[in-house]
Design a protein around this ligand. Structure first.
Ligand code: NAD
Length: 263
């Protein structure tokens, strides 16, 4: 049993810049020997991705807005032309109107509720349906990124907590659907990290400091830590884990209250 990804190839969705969680995963997977393809959202992100992709020996980048079925079809069509089969898929995508990631949850609007759940949860189904035929005959693994605001209340996380709860349930249902074809589906749940999406949540700095001071490991997750978990999941060593939410949060999720020294 090996944790090498030599001979494996896959698609990474959600690199915005070199602080993106998807980028931490891409670097770790490349270091483990995987071949990578990327999607990006719009031209500006594409320009930022180009040198990053080149640094991990990838020249496959395709524009894909997960709210737009036509770009999803084109992205997966282009990928299938190059690689008829893939071994893994990373979905690291979320969006909500920033103005609703602060203040009271009760003020969530219908429009932003629908949009947030569409981009942050439903899109995993659209992506999985298109990746499935490329994994059906050889097995594979799909993973998404979630946060513990799905099952506990985190101030300001608001509608994104509801979206992550839907995403985690989606992960379990996809795991059950695709399991008979040897395809595993999991979610990685890091603690707060300093990324573009992370910074959009009200009070992000305070949350970051709080988890650093109180997590059992007294530290926040790093890109390397999340990358290592993704490599393990995509490798043969992770071959019997499916439908799981794997915390990479220094143990923060087990706490019932802050550390005594911080009260
Ligand atoms: P990020 O801003 O670097 O990445 C978010 C990505 O989502 C971007 O690449 C953006 O282009 C993409 N995206 C948004 N809407 C899209 C659309 N319509 N079509 C295609 N792509 C779209 O931030 P990140 O923190 O690396 O976020 C990646 C994932 O990790 C998200 O699901 C996020 O909720 C999750 N996560 C983040 C943290 C954190 O603290 N940063 C913690 C736990 C989980």
């Amino acid at each position: 049993m090996s944790i090498s990804l030599a001979g494996k190839r896959g698609l990474i969705m959600g690199v915005a810049n070199d602080r993106s969680i998807a980028w931490g995963i891409a670097k770790a997977m490349h270091a483990a020997g995987a071949q990578l393809a990327f999607t990006f959202q719009g031209e500006a992100f594409g320009k930022r991705l180009e040198p990053l992709a080149a640094s991990v020996d990838s020249d496959f980048m395709v524009d894909c807005d997960v709210a737009d079925d036509a770009t999803l079809d084109r992205a997966f069509g282009d990928l299938a032309e190059r690689w008829p089969t893939i071994d893994f898929l990373v979905h690291a995508i979320a969006y909500s109107d920033k103005s609703e990631l602060t203040g009271r949850f009760i003020n969530t609007s219908r429009t932003n509720f629908k949009h947030s759940l569409d981009i942050s949860a439903y899109s995993f189904i659209e992506v999985a349906r298109r990746a499935y035929p490329m994994m059906r005959d050889n097995g594979g693994t799909m993973m998404t990124l979630t946060y513990q605001g799905s099952n506990r209340v985190v101030p300001n996380y608001n509608v994104m907590g509801v979206a992550k709860a839907a995403l985690e349930a989606t992960t379990r249902y996809l795991a059950n659907d695709l399991g008979p074809d040897g395809i595993r589906v999991n979610a990685i749940s890091p603690g707060p990290m300093k990324t573009l999406a992370g910074a959009a949540i009200g009070g992000a700095r305070k949350t970051y400091k709080h988890t650093e001071a109180n997590a059992p490991l007294r530290s926040n997750a790093t890109l390397e830590a999340v990358g290592g978990t993704a490599v393990w999941l995509a490798s043969d060593a992770g071959s019997f884990t499916s439908g799981e939410v794997i915390h990479v949060d220094g143990g923060y999720h087990v706490l019932g209250m802050p550390q005594a020294e911080n009260l």
